[in-house]
Design a binder for this molecule. Structure first.
Ligand SMILES: [Zn+2]
Length: 219
């Protein structure tokens, strides 16, 4: 059974790891998009500009239909970086629309905008899975988001015993794991999570893999 690294920015692939490399069309647009390895593509809130939205959505709409594109994103909202929030919401909503059309999960970046994100999910009645990556806020917010039907992915923070991510792992049975841009292997993240969960790495791999297969609505 392979490790699943649901979100990272690494180019290299490793044996034994299914790694979903996240590419932002706004900064990687001139690179040829990989055609076979699993990737996610989207307009990252740090780089996306509303003035380029129409053109970039045209590219994204074409690229996102590739079968190796497993998720749309990372996309999302960031109160500390990028365009003003109003524009970020517009950019996100376009990508949600596309994800719904293609029936592919969304991988979300969210900084200090959780109430806005919940409101968008409610308003648009989003049906595709919405995975918030790199989640490390408190347990209350984590459970609120899970209750709203979001999925959470944890990264490096699981190594710190009293982090929000580490606490949430102990109080939920459904989460994904990722390396994002951290200089750490996915094996180490799984090992730390398995200790918190009081299960074996193999059990964790099997559970995550089953959940991942359920999300792959198409392909
Ligand atoms: Zn990332």
């Amino acid at each position: 059974m392979d490790f699943l690294d649901i979100h990272n920015h690494k180019v290299a692939t490793q044996p034994g790891v299914i790694s979903i490399q996240s590419l932002s069309l706004t900064s990687d647009i001139f690179l040829a998009m990989p055609k076979t390895k699993p990737i996610s593509v989207g307009l990252h809130p740090w780089f996306a500009k509303v003035e380029h939205l129409e053109l970039q959505m045209k590219y994204l709409t074409v690229v996102a239909t590739q079968t190796n594109v497993k998720q749309i994103g990372e996309c999302g909202l960031d109160r500390l970086r990028g365009e003003k929030l109003e524009n970020q919401i517009l950019i996100l909503e376009k990508q949600i629309e596309l994800a719904e059309k293609l029936n592919k999960p969304l991988i979300l970046h969210c900084v200090k905008c959780f109430s806005e994100l919940i409101a968008i999910k409610d308003q648009l009645k989003v049906k595709v899975p919405m995975i918030i990556h790199g989640f490390n806020k408190n347990e209350t917010l984590g459970h609120q988001l899970l209750g709203k039907g979001f999925l959470l992915s944890f990264g490096l923070a699981v190594l710190k015993k009293d982090s929000g991510a580490a606490k949430l792992i102990q109080s939920t049975d459904s989460f994904f794991l990722e390396t994002d841009d951290a200089d750490i292997s996915i094996e180490e993240i799984y090992q730390a999570a398995a200790i918190l969960k009081k299960c074996t790495v193999d059990e964790l791999k099997a559970r995550i893999f089953t959940d991942w297969n359920k999300l792959n609505l198409k392909n």
